[in-house]
Ligand binder design. Sequence first.
Ligand code: HSE
Length: 354
Amino acid sequence: MVQYNIALIGFGGVNRALAQLVAERNELWQSELGFRLNIVAVTDLNLGSVVSRNGIDARMLVETNFEKGGFARLSGGSAEADNEKVIRQAPADIVVEATFTNPRDGEPAVSHCRWALENHKHVVTTNKGPVALAAADLKAVARRNHVHFEYEGAVMSGTPVIRLAKNVLAGAGLSGFEGILNGTSNFVLGRMEAGLGFSAAVKEAQGFGYAEADPTADVEGYDVRLKVVILANELLGAALKPTDVSCEGISALTTMDIETAAKEGYRWKLIGSAARLENGSVEASVAPRRLPLDHPLAGVSGAINAVSFTTEMLGSVTITGPGAGRVETAYALLSDIIAIHRSASAGSITEAAE
Ligand code: HSE
């Protein structure tokens, strides 16, 4: 039986959802995917930390209503998070980083990833900060230590965008993309079209768990800007920083703008895009655009996201799916673990053949 020991860093909505999946699906994963997951450590700034070599009961973790510092009540627990010690020392094969996104320098998540990789632990993360701001560095640390750094959930939650474009569309001549990459702002635009005010619509999005801790990042386009940086750097070989991408959000759009567009057969969407220019450089932007209703992205509604890739071989290829949500984002972590598992299995076959 293959079992991966995992350490959960951050116990907010996403890692809780992953723990819930572990509680419900380990048997299924074992037969369907060939492995099971064992939670050996959890840290959380608010709850503290807990480490157990034998594994922590996933169901207990999700069903207990822990108070501040509440992990201290558990065997192997402490009221302090002590992320560095847990990440370096916990007996984990894979560190699951799902703390908050810091759009300025990516910390402390960048350090969480680095500590894990330096200690020969794979990292899977949904955190946009380390991927947008430190991917090149973290990939180099991962390579040196012969472990994986995987981050499918950094863009469009579990909808397979990065792996689709890098693996499945390899050789298709990808030269650009445009997409709806923020569920909250797309949801808000839809609710405003239905007559709701801006603030009420943002509150609803927060209630569904789509919005960032600070929803300003969603409505001002900063969240999309990080995703554009990630996709442009990953898929177009750019080396963009967030400040290289012009950025305008949806907060200046009024109900009147939205109603007028609807009357004229248009719909406002917040679009993140990037394209490789003839001189080889990559230009990227985030801005609201008034799309005609027959545009492929105009019908993408609610918290759903979509991205259209421009390719030489296939023309435009569009993938649509959830871009946020707890379970949807937790699934991205599972898909990263599956990628690690398959790569390990393929590696052992190659080694056996040599
Ligand atoms: N706040 C983001 C969104 C979550 O609304 O799309 C995923 O990055």
